[in-house]
Design a protein around this ligand. Structure first.
Ligand code: ZN
Ligand code: ZN
Length: 408
């Protein structure tokens, strides 16, 4: 029977033992009856999402989980952020993620997020987009809060340039420098764009109003994370299947879009701690009627990990588990479920680590191992062993009887 796959990716789910949690990881400490049920009925194992000892970014990790070799398709985060804010990114384009930030009268960065500006960024962005600099098309689009993305399209572009973001306050913006001779033109264009943006934004009515209201003006754009979009065959071509995705954060949305997944609009899917996990899971279940595979990305565990809040991470994990309750109840024999993470984000370090992440794979009639608990250590005893991120999707698609035979 050709089955349908639902892959839940819990961002930054993995962790390390936490003293405050009696030496358990947040996933061990959390009550997760639904995840444990699926684990008990199915098979589990560990995933080195990129490779053992390699700390993954969310971008390279998601690409790997979607079956792509990130070493081949990834040169930087920019193009995926740009696609995530609905810029039309094409092969060869160079893109950056950006912040609106605040410069003081001496030209020093005083706030890298312009007071986490929320309103008016669409108008500010509209004043910066559709420029031509040095025969290169320049597009700019706002993201959530102070975030945005810059896209360059033209001949002779190269992403090997430094950031315009100084990554510090009390210093001027950083001049963008070429890291290779071929990137000189790109560096020049980004510097020109930053200068133009500064002129336009300083005079913008939104910023005049912000100054009057005692708010930090968004009077400069700081680009970083340059990347060039490589040729990426869409998942529909690679697998001959229709994929949908439910995601909240721009970066993951962008990756899903770039690989050709049908990105569903779900109310309340914010990509934050306040995201509506129930709405995401129910949208994914509905999408299984019209797609062969659906990816659900949940950002919140990573946020709690970065914030160094293990107890919050426990609560987030318990909320995710509750959201999986209706999936468990409605689970059909023609569905395959995978639950994993893109990387670990230990709350003790506040950053991504290379600790392998748990994977469970369940379908009616699939193999079942002895493990009945979904956590970092229990799954190490599971029958799936220890695999790489690029193997996760093929493994699930094979459980769905959707893979082609190699040989006769
Ligand atoms: Zn991540
Ligand atoms: Zn993270």
């Amino acid at each position: 029977m050709e089955k349908r796959v639902i892959l839940v990716v819990c961002d930054g789910l993995g962790d390390r033992p936490v003293k405050k949690l009696r030496g358990e990881t947040p996933l061990q400490a959390a009550a997760t009856p639904n995840l444990d049920w699926f684990t008990a009925q199915g098979a589990c194992g560990q995933v080195d999402v990129i490779a053992p000892g390699v700390r993954p970014g969310s971008d390279t990790a998601h690409l790997a989980l979607f079956g792509y070799d990130p070493h081949k398709v990834y040169t930087g985060r920019g193009p995926f952020e740009a696609a995530g804010v609905r810029l039309d990114v094409r092969e060869g384009d160079v893109a950056f993620r950006c912040n609106f930030a605040t410069l003081d009268s001496a030209g020093k960065v005083v706030d890298r997020r312009a007071g986490r500006i929320r309103e008016g960024t669409d108008e500010l962005a509209a004043s910066l987009t559709d420029m031509t600099l040095d025969e290169t098309g320049v597009a700019f689009r706002e993201g959530t809060e102070h975030r945005g993305a810059l896209l360059l399209r033209g001949k002779g572009l190269d992403p090997r340039v430094t950031d315009g973001d100084p990554h510090a306050v009390g210093v001027p913006v950083a001049e963008v420098r070429a890291l290779a001779p071929e990137a000189a033109k790109t560096a020049k264009i980004v510097n020109q764009f930053m200068d133009r943006a500064r002129e336009i934004l300083s005079a913008h009515p939104i910023n005049r109003q912000r100054l009057q209201d005692g708010l930090p003006p968004a009077n400069v754009v700081l680009p970083r994370g340059a990347g060039r979009l490589a040729k990426i065959s869409p998942v529909s071509e690679v697998w001959g299947l229709r994929f949908a995705a439910v995601a909240g954060v721009a970066l993951v949305k962008g990756i899903c879009r770039v690989v050709g997944m049908n990105l569903l609009d779900v109310r309340g899917a914010t990509g934050g701690l306040d995201s509506d996990f129930d709405a995401k899971v129910s949208a994914a279940m509905a999408a299984l009627d019209t797609h062969d595979a659906v990816v659900v990305s949940i950002k919140a565990p990573d946020i709690a990990g970065h914030d160094g809040r293990p107890e919050e991470k426990v609560r987030v994990i318990e909320r995710i588990d509750r959201a999986l309750g209706p999936l468990r109840e409605a689970f059909r024999e023609e569905w395959v479920l995978g639950v994993t993470a893109d990387h670990s984000t230990p709350s003790s370090t506040g950053d991504h680590s290379a600790d392998p992440v748990p994977l469970l794979a369940y379908t009616d009639g699939g193999r079942k191992d002895e493990v009945s608990q979904y956590d970092e250590l229990a799954v190490a005893k599971g029958s799936l062993g220890r695999i790489r991120g690029v193997d996760v999707l093929p493994l699930l698609l094979d459980l769905a009887d959707r893979t082609e035979k190699f040989g006769a």
